[in-house]
Design a protein around this ligand. Structure first.
Ligand code: NDP
Length: 297
């Protein structure tokens, strides 16, 4: 058996197209141009690439887009002053501060300053709480993207057993809440979980959000399960000659080759969950702009 590949890019393209059409409508009918501000502290190459792509995609969708690139030694006070300015700027409807921040900075006060209305990454306690309470919220982008891909692959999720490996505020916890809201029975696993392979083997839907390359092996997967690999890990090439040249590639948290033989469906890394994150960010920004302007829908 070979698993069906769940490609994120076509779904993400469709969402970006819908966002662009909605932006055009908002401009024409309401004179409203949704605005997204992305803030990056430091010069991590991967984060720079994500931030660049967020700026490009939001401009391509017709949105107002600003990017703030701050040096790695930016102080907490300087970062907070910038975010407070953006929070007060009526042309900006969504603010994303690229995480993780350098170690000397504390992310929670920054997220607090963004405020729930412009928190397009769904990290503010009000949005996290509204998600748990089943109320309308801005929900974290990657988890929303995961759920869209799972529904595209499986349709109705009622009664399915979902195992989420990882319990971060950014990915694991909101994914689990979204699966619960979709009537799955949800198990959350983490670094202290006992006998993780057995827990994973009980999953109809297995979401891996760990940050450990190829940790989930093929024999941890129930035959026919839907596997969503959120992990983005940079590792040396398998080929020793290329590895010796220092060449690296991106792999997920799941051993893809092994999983392909067991799973019913699986997201590749890259090009699985990754493209969904940016698409949902644009979607969330439009949603935030409409709510701030009092436009229904
Ligand atoms: P975090 O480091 O914040 O969380 C990792 C989680 O994995 C923790 O809950 C940790 O458990 C758990 N974990 C660590 N080691 C083990 C282990 N050996 N067994 C079981 N659980 C373990 O990471 P994030 O949630 O932010 O990101 C996870 C992955 O997803 C990363 O690779 C990241 O790059 C990727 N990512 C991808 C995105 C995309 O767009 N595709 C977006 C965001 C993230 P504990 O809580 O006990 O420490």
């Amino acid at each position: 058996m070979t698993a069906e590949i769940i490609e994120g890019a076509p779904v993400a393209e469709r969402i970006c197209g819908e966002v662009a059409a909605e932006v055009a409508r908002l401009k024409a009918e309401h004179g409203l141009q949704p605005g997204l501000a992305v803030v990056l502290v430091g010069d991590d190459p991967a984060s720079q690439a994500y931030v660049k792509s967020k700026g490009e995609r939001s401009r391509a969708a017709g949105m107002h887009s600003v990017t703030h690139l701050l040096p790695g030694d930016t102080t907490q006070a300087a970062l907070e002053a910038l975010v407070a300015d953006l929070a007060a700027d009526p042309a900006i409807h969504g603010i994303l501060v690229q995480l993780p921040l350098p170690g000397h900075l504390d992310e929670m006060p920054v997220i607090e300053l963004i405020g729930p209305d412009k928190d397009v990454d769904g990290l503010h306690v009000v949005n996290a709480g509204r998600l748990v309470a089943g109320l309308p919220a801005l929900v974290a982008c990657t988890p929303t993207g995961c759920l869209m891909l799972i529904k595209a692959a499986l349709g109705d999720l009622t009664g399915k057993h979902a195992v989420v490996v990882g319990r971060s505020l950014l990915v694991g916890k909101p994914v689990a809440q979204l699966l619960l809201a979709a009537d799955c029975t949800v198990t959350m696993a983490h670094s202290k979980t006992v006998d993780l392979p057995s827990v994973c083997r009980s999953a109809d839907i297995l979401v891996a959000a760990v940050g450990r390359p190829r940790m989930i092996r093929g024999d941890w997967i129930k035959p026919g399960a839907c596997v969503i690999d959120v992990g983005i890990n940079r590792v040396p090439f398998d080929n020793p000659e290329q590895a010796a040249l220092g060449k690296t590639k991106i792999v997920g948290d799941v051993n893809y080759k092994e999983a392909l033989q067991v799973a019913g469906s699986i997201t590749p890394v890259p090009k699985g969950v990754g493209p969904m994150t940016v698409a949902v960010l644009l979607h969330n920004t439009v949603l935030a702009a409409k709510r701030q302007a009092g436009i229904p829908g």
